[in-house]
Design a protein around this ligand. Structure first.
Ligand code: GLC
Length: 428
């Protein structure tokens, strides 16, 4: 009897088990579930992408290509102010208040460690494999890595370059002195209104500019954890920078990238320090200097080594830790940093790709011949100090450099102030 009872219980249990297995497959009960998942795959997800204004058609074309390929993901493109500092402040305000309205943030290369250490952005190690990271330029990958984890995917890299009017200048200058004399001569001859334009407003772009003078004259800001900025080379570099005000428009100490860019595009200037993406704009139909522009490395100072040193810039895509659409956000990032989109970005916008193999791509090189000729200079650009406290370091460099350019303090005082303040920031 007992045996029979146990047997009956076992049969019942097996039957129940079988039916529940079935219900996981194709029983009638399973149908609503399947429908739900089908309708899920058709469901359109909208993600919000915040990035600064793109002066080229590249971003728009990349977004169109993305939506063609992924009709289920719509991208709400939130255009931010063009200045890096302004974007930074807007993002910090939103993220520190727990914002979840933006899924993908485009971050300047100087921010990932700050945003990661604040816990605002998602570590991407599970999405972005080490094998995949190896295909990218390593400078930007390092800039997106914090405490051994990767927090953003490089979208494009940047390196300061010297644009020159090749119709007026047969060979670009290799030193700042040469640049000054050629620029001055062309001004005196009335061939241009100004010799040189650059970014000298008190903002992040000024840091990029002044570091090019310092690094190109054998100076350095930090060595390991020591501040080594206070040197004769750095002081001399600042004085070279200030001399350039003589051949620049009077308002240059209020200029950001766009101000000089527009002037150069109008044919008023012999030389311009700017980022590679100006190439496509300067060669567009609306440009007065179309076909007359050359691109050369940043010049060097008397104590620099073989070539001048560009500042490393660039922008990177990160996922908001509070995003409700993390997988869709990743699909978007994967596309934007993949080969197809990177090619659109380089060809339509002149942006430096982040994938190494694209520097050998015939279409990319045809649109941007300097990517090949200046590959080493572009990919060996020097980073700004990497620190979660970078905004404070930047502020010190901006304030002191700007005061110096305005004649309020001398070069020695400016360098001493910066060295002292940066040391304090690092020790905090
Ligand atoms: C460019 C660079 C960025 C830099 C900014 C300064 O956008 O890519 O890294 O901070 O210029 O204006």
């Amino acid at each position: 009897m007992v045996f029979l009872l146990i047997f009956a219980v076992l049969v019942f249990m097996l039957a129940a088990c079988g039916s529940s297995e079935k219900s996981g497959d194709n029983s009638t009960e399973s149908q609503p579930e399947e429908k739900v998942s089908e309708s899920k795959s058709e469901e359109v997800v909208t993600i919000t992408y915040a990035r600064g204004k793109d002066i080229t058609p590249a971003t728009q074309k990349m977004l169109e290509a993305f939506e063609d390929k992924y009709p289920n993901i719509k991208v709400n493109y939130q255009e931010m102010p063009s200045q890096s500092d302004q974007q930074h402040n807007a993002f910090v305000t939103a993220l520190s208040a727990g914002d979840d309205s933006v899924d993908v943030y485009r971050l300047d290369i100087i921010w990932p460690s700050e945003f990661a250490s604040a816990g605002w952005i998602l570590p991407l190690d599970d999405y972005f494999s080490e094998e995949e990271r190896e295909k990218f330029l390593q400078g930007p990958i390092q800039g997106c890595t914090y405490n051994g984890s990767i927090y953003a995917v490089p979208l494009y890299t940047d390196a300061g370059v010297l644009y020159y009017r090749k119709d007026l200048i047969p060979n670009p200058p290799e030193t700042w002195d040469e640049l000054y004399s050629i620029g001055k001569k062309l001004m005196d001859e009335g061939k241009v209104e100004y010799g040189f334009v650059f970014q000298a407003n008190q903002y992040e772009g000024l840091v990029c500019n002044v570091l090019e003078y310092i690094h190109s004259n054998g100076g350095k800001v930090i060595d390991g954890s020591n501040v080594v900025l206070n040197s004769e080379n750095a002081i001399e570099a600042l004085n070279i920078f200030k001399k350039m005000l003589d051949i620049a428009p009077e308002g240059v100490t209020t200029y950001i990238e766009n101000d000089g860019g527009v002037m150069f595009q109008e044919g008023k200037v012999a030389f311009m320090r700017n980022w590679p993406s100006w190439w496509s704009k300067l060669n567009s139909d609306e440009s007065a200097v179309k076909g007359k522009v050359g691109v050369a490395p940043i010049p060097k100072g008397p104590n620099g080594d073989a070539t001048g040193k560009a500042t490393l810039g660039g922008w990177n895509l990160a996922i908001n830790k509070n995003s409700k659409n993390k997988d869709a956000a990743w699909t978007f990032i994967e596309f934007m940093t993949g080969e197809e989109a990177q090619k659109i970005q380089a060809i339509e916008g002149g942006f430096l790709p982040v994938r190494q193999n694209l520097y050998k791509d015939a279409d990319v090189i045809k649109a941007n011949p300097h990517f090949e000729s200046m590959y080493d200079v572009l990919v060996n650009a020097l980073p700004r100090p990497v620190s979660p406290f970078y905004p404070k370091i930047s502020e010190s460099i901006q304030i002191n450099t700007h005061k110096f350019l305005m004649g309020e303090i001398d070069a020695k005082t400016a360098i001493e102030n910066m060295a002292k303040e940066i040391q304090e920031i690092l020790e905090q």
